[in-house]
Write a protein that binds this ligand. Sequence first.
Ligand code: HAM
Length: 430
Amino acid sequence: MAKQQYQSPRGTKDILPEEQPYWQKLQSVAEKTLSGLGFERIDTPHFENLEIFDRGIGEETDIVKKEMYRLQSFGEKEDSAVFALRPEGTAGIVRAFIQNGMSSRPQPVRLYYSGSMFRHERPQKGRLRELKQLGVEIFGDDSAKSDYLAIMSAWEILNRIGLKNLKVFTNSIGCPQCRGKYLLKLKKYYKDKLNGLCEDCRERYDKNPLRLLDCKVEHDKKIAKGAPVILDSLCKTCRDHFQNTLEYLDYFNISYDLDPTLVRGLDYYTNTVFEIADKNDPERQNVVCGGGRYNGLVELLGGPKTPAVGFAFGMDRVVNLMKEQKIKPTKIRGVEICILQLGEKAKEASKKIYDQLSNNDINVYFVPSNDGLRQQIRSASKLGAKYAVIIGQREAFKDEIILRDLSASSQEVFPTSALVEELKRRFSKE
Ligand code: HAM
């Protein structure tokens, strides 16, 4: 019988060792940038009570209705799931903000997170079912400063990674009051055009009319272009808020396009919404980062009235772009030194040298094996070590070591006490 070859589930992927340097670069640049801007890390569970997403993201959104993995726990009937795998981070973080009484901390509370999210989408390049996001959420400030901080921190991370050719797209979808008035105008505009629209749009007309604007079907896109523009319907407060946000972006030279059809696919947004995309992706199929303000979500999930704004990158998409744009990944320090030894006394001395080198932040590999010297040298070379420290009975007795350059196959004897300085001297020259 042929052996079964298992495959990872569709839309998931293994991140192999050779790809890890890109992920490390992204993670470390993001963490350094965000810590420097006053953000603190939060981790929340990969699954939450289903209701958090139903209410938070919206039951009629594609994410909840078509893409969310509901979990069937033990003893539950198939159709009565109470948990779901998180399709995004914001709703769970709002739950954590409320549950942990974070509204009593000094505001604004600035949080960041990274990890896997799960969406049952049709897999293709840049679209996964287990996707990794890195995002921020800022709670407790309704001024445009925080909208700016969210956009700027995303922009800054992408810049520091070295990505080029990106653009911010932004819009304001107002507060529930001005949006309510706008939706009446929008429905009036669409009323006699419904028959020509796709099935999804016909459903959106009743359930989520704002999303008529971001339909991806060509014919419907043309119709959306002629629709009334929400910016013309904003109340004074919402207009001023958006104007202030744009002034910050202008002041700090972050280039953006106003996009009146940008409404985002999650129901919690109010006011500023934005995306960052590659200019070579005019259809914005692979948006790198999406976010916006969500002033009603904390209250909707049972917390005190708290304005908030945030964003999330698709890390998989950022890594794809890093590769496409030939960004140098982080050089990961592997094994630098191997200790090779022969005999009991040498084993004892090796342990001390191991501690000494580790304490000096030198990556040292030492397994007190009984292999012969030639075999140990071969293993050290395979590990990629530049040097080997060799200790036999004689060296152990005299408190000396042999330092061997594994690529040049040359070696010198040093007193053990001089080893760290000698290695530092050699590393600094490389
Ligand atoms: P989102 O636009 O649904 O927003 O996702 C954010 C980013 O995640 C997208 O711009 C994209 O880069 C990436 N992404 C989404 N779906 C996939 C997928 N199937 N495969 C690969 N990457 C994907 C949110 O999730 C909001 N929680 C963002 C936010 C935070 N808004 C406020 N705070």
